[in-house]
Structures are given as structure tokens and as C-alpha cells.
Ligand binder design. Structure first.
Ligand SMILES: NC(=O)c1ccc[n+]([C@@H]2O[C@H](COP(=O)([O-])OP(=O)(O)OC[C@H]3O[C@@H](n4cnc5c(N)ncnc54)[C@H](OP(=O)(O)O)[C@@H]3O)[C@@H](O)[C@H]2O)c1
Length: 324
């Protein structure tokens, strides 16, 4: 009998001990989370208080990044352009005065772009090249960076982005940070990072990104995300300015946009690009057509008034044209 009572007591003690340990564990876990949130708030608050919103210079057509480098306000996007089409588009853009080229490992065209830049005879310092590494490369970032440097073959990369959030992105970013120290990459950035992702990511890295590149067009405006990023002193760049292939005619023929374009004697494409610039968003329209490339450069000779800006703002449908 005594033995049974002793065994029962032992079981109760063990149970109490387990509950106590679990309680302490949960308490410490919550404390840790609280601490993490404080760190999160600190970095975001600190950046917001510094109030280093990058100003667009419409004279030089550049913006000074938080990395200290100047980046052009308009460029050429090269998604889906490969081979001779890509080489010719980049050559034509450089001849027309475009000085910002956006590429990515995923586009499979870094070699063509590097060759067009080398063949252009334009001093390397005058051209700004952005490339990206893909989540499938995050577990071997050093090799991915070396591969991009080799394919582009233009001495250094002006800006490298992580193409999407993904497993191992913090470590991948830290690997890119090392290349900034060595001078092989000049500035860093992120693509497809929104408010929640930035809140989570920024406290874990050392070099604040200079740029965030996200989907932005009149039907998907990100009006909550853009000011959040800009207030951190990070420049915003928009992809799919015309909605992306398959959606361009709907946007370019939008009644409001064509009416505003007629008012200024410019094209719908130019109105959309100008609307972006006036919102503080850098543009990288894609094109393989030399006339379109020239047209897309020519966005500094007119200004949209407050009313016209509001009219385009009111076209927002929160309609994303791609999954990320
Ligand atoms: N970070 C990311 O995840 C991500 C995702 C997508 C794209 N991007 C980047 O963003 C860039 C822009 O996106 P995108 O090229 O896919 O789509 P986009 O710029 O929205 O649209 C490109 C389409 O617009 C046409 N176009 C260009 N200028 C025009 C003009 N002045 N008048 C009429 N049509 C015109 C082009 O045709 P023509 O060739 O006939 O001119 C092409 O079919 C990409 O090239 C890429 O660099 C990044």
C-alpha cells in the first residue's frame, strides 16, 4: 500500500516538474519573441526617423541610392528577351541614351547583355546593371554570384537582388554583402519583398537594401507598400509597368490614360512611366522595339498635374498580373 502511495506521489511530482519546465519554456519563448519584435521595431523605426527618402533628380535623371551610387530613373527591362533580340534591344537602348539595364539569372540573357555593353564603347561607369539570383541558387550563392560576374563580364555588378523571398534568403543576402566589401557588387536589393517580408528580413542583415523591385502598374499600385519602403530610405522600382505581356493593350488603351496622353500629346506608355516617376518609382519597361525604347526614354518633357495623378491612382484594381 505504502509503495503505491509513494509511486503516486512520484508521478505527481514528475507531472508538476514537467508543467513547470514547459511553463518556463513558453515564458522564455514569448520573451524571446517580444525581444525580436523590439529589435524589428528598432531598425524600422530608426530608418523611418532618419527620414532619408531618396529624391529623384529630374535634371540628371538619376537618384542617389543609400549605397552612395547614382542610379538612372528609367531603364530597359529584359525579361523574355534572349539571343540576338536581347543583344539588339540592349544595343539600341544604349544608343538611345538608356543607361540602366535590368536582367536576372532566370532570364538566361546575362551573356548577351554583357556583350552589348562591352561592344557599345560607352564607359563602363556610365552604365548601371541590375541582375538577380534565384531562390534555387540560394544554397550556393557564392557560385551564383561568380557565375553572374562571369556571364556579364563587365568587371563588377552595379546592383544584385534576391529575386524572391525563399529558403536561405538571409544567408544568400549575407553572401552578397561579402561581395560588396570586395567591390565586385556595388549595391544590394530585394525583389518581391513586401511590408511583412521586410519587417522580418531587415533585422537579420547588415547592409540595408538600396532597392526593392516589385510589380507596380495602374491596375496594381501597391499604394500601401511604396511609401513604407520609401520611408526606409530604400528606392522602389516597378516591374510590369505596362502590366506585362498579354496585358499591355488593356492598360495602354485605358480610356483615362489615353485621354491624359492626348492632353499632353504623348503616348499612353509615356503617361504610365511618368506617373511612376512622379510617385517616386523607377521604371524598367521591357521592349525589343527601337521606337518603343526611344519613346520610353522620352518622359521628362511633360508633367502630370495633381488631378491627372489622382485619376490614374483611382484606376487601382489590386489586380496582380503574376503570382509573386
Ligand atoms: N523582379 C521580378 O520578379 C520581375 C518580374 C517581371 C519583370 N521584371 C522586370 O521588369 C521588366 C518589365 O516587365 P516586362 O518587360 O515583362 O513587361 P512590361 O514592361 O510591362 O511590358 C512589356 C511589353 O510592353 C510592350 N511595350 C514596351 N514599350 C511600349 C510602348 N512604348 N508602346 C507600346 N508597347 C510597348 C513591349 O512590346 P515591344 O517589345 O513590342 O515594345 C512588351 O510586349 C522586365 O523586362 C524585367 O526586367 C522583374
Amino acid at each position: 500500500m505504502k509503495l503505491i502511495i509513494r509511486e503516486k506521489k512520484k508521478t505527481i511530482y514528475i507531472f508538476i516538474l514537467i508543467v513547470l519546465i514547459a511553463g518556463i519554456g513558453i515564458y522564455l519563448g514569448l520573451k524571446g519573441k517580444e525581444q525580436e519584435n523590439i529589435v524589428n521595431d528598432n531598425i524600422i523605426n530608426k530608418l523611418e526617423q532618419e527620414n532619408n527618402i531618396a529624391k529623384f533628380n529630374f535634371e540628371t535623371k538619376t537618384v542617389k541610392l543609400n549605397s552612395g551610387y547614382e542610379m538612372p530613373l528609367n531603364g530597359l527591362g529584359t525579361y523574355s528577351l534572349t539571343g540576338d533580340t536581347c543583344y539588339n534591344a540592349v544595343s539600341s537602348a544604349l544608343k538611345s541614351g538608356v543607361r540602366l539595364i535590368d536582367t536576372a539569372y532566370m532570364y538566361g540573357n546575362e551573356e548577351e547583355i554583357g556583350k552589348a555593353i562591352r561592344d557599345s564603347g560607352i564607359p563602363r561607369e556610365e552604365i548601371f546593371v541590375i541582375t538577380k539570383i534565384y531562390p534555387s541558387q540560394f544554397d550556393k550563392t557564392k557560385e551564383a554570384i561568380e557565375l553572374a560576374l562571369k556571364k556579364l563580364d563587365i568587371e563588377y555588378i552595379d546592383m544584385m537582388l534576391l529575386h524572391h523571398p525563399g529558403e536561405g534568403d538571409v544567408e544568400a543576402y549575407k553572401a552578397m554583402e561579402k561581395y560588396v566589401k570586395s567591390g565586385k557588387i556595388r549595391s544590394l536589393g530585394l525583389s518581391n519583398w513586401y511590408v511583412e517580408e521586410l519587417n522580418d528580413f531587415l533585422p537579420k542583415i547588415n547592409i540595408i537594401p538600396a532597392l526593392v523591385q516589385n510589380e507596380i502598374h495602374p491596375y496594381y499600385q501597391e499604394n500601401d507598400v511604396i511609401p513604407f519602403i520609401q520611408n526606409l530610405g530604400i528606392v522602389v522600382q516597378g516591374w510590369y509597368p505596362f502590366g506585362g505581356r498579354g496585358h499591355t493593350s488593356e492598360l495602354l488603351n485605358n480610356e483615362t490614360i489615353t485621354r491624359i496622353a492626348n492632353n499632353h500629346n504623348v503616348s499612353s506608355a509615356q503617361v504610365i512611366l511618368r506617373w511612376n516617376l512622379q510617385k517616386g518609382v523607377v521604371v524598367i519597361p521591357g521592349s525589343s522595339n527601337p521606337d518603343h525604347i526611344k519613346e520610353n526614354m522620352n518622359i521628362y518633357g511633360f508633367e502630370l498635374n495633381e488631378n491627372e495623378m489622382q485619376e490614374i491612382n483611382s484606376l487601382d484594381r489590386n489586380e496582380k498580373h503574376d503570382w509573386y
